[in-house]
Write a protein that binds this ligand. Structure first.
Ligand code: FES
Length: 102
């Protein structure tokens, strides 16, 4: 099911934020008007992906702690397919952002 997590106005293009969903901290990204959501906790040592460097051309985020890179649309590392972070489906409903949760 999808749950409302934010207003569109909360997340302008080029920005990221975190939301709490069912006890999980989720990083939301607005990349050129498209929305993506990953578990905020880097699988390496727990760095905050919402504070990472986003590359809009490659749709990637780089963890601010040690530089691991993940695709925002899949959660998979383009460097090492074994390294991945949970990805969430995001839906726009009117002026709201909704995330799919179990
Ligand atoms: S904690 Fe993310 S790269 Fe180390």
């Amino acid at each position: 099911m999808f749950v409302k997590v934010a207003k569109l106005a909360d997340l302008p293009a080029g920005e990221s934020m975190t939301v709490e969903v069912g006890g999980t901290c989720v990083a939301l990204f607005n990349i050129n008007g498209q929305f993506y959501a990953l578990n905020n906790v880097c699988p390496h040592r727990g760095g905050p992906l919402s504070e990472g460097f986003v590359d809009p051309r490659n749709l990637t985020v780089q963890c601010p702690w040690h530089g691991w890179i993940f695709r925002c649309d899949t959660g998979v590392s383009p460097v090492n397919a074994m390294a991945k972070v949970q990805k969430f489906e995001v839906k726009v409903e009117g002026d709201e952002l909704h995330l799919e949760v179990d």
